[in-house]
Design a protein around this ligand. Sequence first.
Ligand code: HEM
Length: 280
Amino acid sequence: MKFKDKFSKINSSLAFLSLISLVISVFSGIIVSYHYFWQYPLLSIISMEAKVPFGKFFRNLHYWSSQCTLIFTSLHLFDSIYKKTFFYKSFWNWDFLIFSWVATLFATFTGYVLRADETGELAGAIAENLLKSIPLIGTFFNTLFFSITEVGLYRVFLSHFFISFILLLGLFIFHFSWKKIAKIENVLWTLPSLIFSFLVYRPLNPYQGFQAKGPWFFLGAQELLKFLSPLYVFFFLIIPIVILLVFPFIPSKFFWLNLMLYLWIIFYFFLTLNLLFNLF
Ligand code: HEM
């Protein structure tokens, strides 16, 4: 029996759902970008929703397809960990999955910053502070990706746009062929993005009252900043990425690494709940 046969196959529905949601996200992103101006971001989004035919729908579609991409890519990653695909796939293949997940997080995060409502402004300010706190390389990466204080949302817009294209190109060059998705039965995988876009409208958050909140997946980090300096929070945030990257190298420690990963997730979830409901 081949080594590969000992493991169950990955869930292809999750893989399709994440890829097709990403394709919808990129297409709807291209449409909204025609009406988006980084010089007056919030105003341009409000005017897109009010004046452009189907503007509200396409913004909503971009929002929900992006959420679906992030959620299904995360589930695809968990599925791969559970089935230990890194033991039989090449190291490059595993790395590519981690890169795609981090790139999706980055695209979703910068998307929130582009909104420039209270959620976006807060997320941008935190990201700048976290990056600037990293010695030697932090300022360089902040200048490359954000620089909001200096040039407004210009670089955030470029990063958002480029990372999305790199991600999509990379997936089609190294991971998936167009032929595989260009089949009529794959229309099914567009349903989560479409159903949410038609049924649930996501408004902007110009003012949220007493406590402003960043993107939902960033709330744990926002809460931790109450207790730790930005540099420690940055190190805390990269722990899961380091664990994921070392998985293939230490098969004998799989149990402990997995345990650390799940404890990290539980702790992060707890921080998120604490910010939302002030438990302690
Ligand atoms: C070439 C591809 C893309 C372009 C041109 C693009 C463009 C834009 C623009 C102009 C905005 C601001 C307007 C708005 O808020 O609706 C935006 C927001 C956003 N983008 Fe993208 N985007 C692209 C791909 C992606 C991808 C791949 C993701 C994540 C998987 C993503 C996630 C988001 C999110 C979460 C928002 C905030 C949506 C909202 O609440 O309004 N984008 N994008």
